[in-house]
Design a protein around this ligand. Structure first.
Ligand SMILES: [Zn+2]
Length: 410
């Protein structure tokens, strides 16, 4: 079917989504992408953007730049829009998000240097105020994985990847944030006993399952569970990529940090205590400083989780759109093109946007756009390009399993 513009049924959803994208620049780009079919009403966004600290002048410049870019890209951009619609046909029900390529990525801010101040068997303290409790600390198998070189010279025609560029590593490359999805007692002073009891039984469970490297309880206390040198069983089938590397199955390559809370479908506001925010920020600073983790590799489980059987993005959906990146001291990584879609060829089913919420849906839309651009650059159809990425994913998955098997045989 030749779709030259979004389904009219999508327009209320575009509006709904736009109003829920907190970052004014991301919101503008989202609206600009939908502009050929739907012109946004500016006054509301102007006032919202101004409240976010953007001057009217800067906004006008942004809009003008956007229009120029759209005009310059002309028919090519439009054919990409059609391709993006086609590539994420399953998002249309929900419906599709189309965002142009070239959207500025969040800045990769460097982490401040954090050092250990004190260490006993029971706890550690750090120079930024972080305190880690080792009461539930345990081990698992040593962290060991392959980082796959992301360079793709020939677009889709890269079946014979140059494996000599891949790297065997033992240091974590990123952080995946989870929610524990566990029982929640009211956060009130007279519930102290219940809150502590619930938190401790959760930690016992996490320790038995070796489920995360760290848990942050309701009081913001940071517990080490699986030591960082070991993999935790936190991310199952999952993928991520940065500018240089593709990561497959992040148990080995990413540290799992879980916050004792719950998320619900489409949720946009984090259900966390202020102590949990502060603790997550301090733990993130320390881990980034210790392991030189780029800000762009600090992401949520919903962003990385996939279902490889059905080749669908977003199997687990914790922190889908509600992770407070900015409050944690990170750039808004929801604004990155979703690697599962863009770099691995996963699709989103009809329920995706409902459970993902607006921020993750925008990332998935960006991913679909980037996929379409790469297909166009390689001179192949989007479906052929996607199939090639899916085949590559299966190869990388097999290589990952091979690496783990050989490791276990050591
Ligand atoms: Zn999770």
């Amino acid at each position: 079917m030749n779709r030259s513009q979004p389904d009219p049924a999508a327009i209320p959803w575009i509006n709904w989504t736009a109003q829920r994208i907190p970052d004014p620049v991301v919101r503008l780009r989202f609206l600009r992408a939908a502009a050929p079919a739907w012109q946004p009403k500016p006054p509301r966004k102007f006032s919202r953007a101004r409240s976010a600290g953007l001057s009217l002048l800067a906004l006008a410049a942004l809009l003008a730049a956007g229009r120029l870019a759209v005009a310059r890209r002309g028919a090519k951009a439009f054919s990409h829009a059609q391709a993006a619609v086609a590539v994420s046909a399953n998002l249309v029900n929900a419906p599709v998000v189309i965002i142009p390529a070239g959207m500025a990525l969040p800045k990769a801010e460097s982490a401040p240097e954090i050092w250990q101040v004190e260490k006993t068997a029971a706890f550690e303290t750090y120079s930024n105020g972080l305190r880690i409790d080792n009461k539930f600390s345990t081990g698992n198998h040593p962290r060991s994985y392959l980082a796959f070189a992301a360079a793709r010279s020939g677009g889709a025609q890269d079946d014979a990847r140059d494996r000599t560029q891949d790297e065997a590593r033992t240091n974590p490359a990123g952080i995946v944030y989870h929610t524990t999805e566990s029982l929640q007692a009211p956060f009130e002073p007279d519930q102290n006993g219940k809150l502590k009891q619930v938190g401790e039984s959760l930690l016992d469970y996490v320790k038995r399952k070796k489920a995360y490297n760290f848990v942050i309880d309701r009081f913001g206390r940071v517990f080490r569970v699986v030591q960082e040198a070991d993999a935790a069983e936190h991310a199952g089938y999952s993928v991520w990529s940065d500018e240089k590397w593709l990561y497959v199955n992040l148990n080995e390559s990413f540290i799992g940090v879980s916050v004792e809370t719950q998320t619900s479908p489409g949720q946009m506001e984090a259900a966390v205590t202020s102590a949990q925010i502060r603790a997550t920020a301090m733990l993130t600073e320390m881990l980034r400083s210790r392991y030189h983790i780029p800000a762009g590799n600090c992401v949520t489980h919903a962003q990385v989780s996939v279902n490889p059987t059905r080749m669908l993005a977003g199997y687990h959906m914790d922190w889908a759109s509600s992770f407070p990146f900015e409050e944690i001291g990170l750039p808004n990584n929801y604004a990155r093109p979703l690697p599962s879609v863009a770099a691995f060829g996963f699709e989103c089913d009809a329920n995706y946007s409902r459970t993902a919420g607006a921020r993750l849906s925008a990332g998935a839309g960006l991913g679909a756009w980037e996929l379409a651009e790469r297909a166009a650059a390689a001179g192949v159809s989007v479906s052929a390009y996607r199939k090639s990425l899916q085949n590559q994913y299966r190869d990388l998955l097999a290589a990952t399993r091979g690496a783990v098997v050989s490791h276990e045989g050591d």
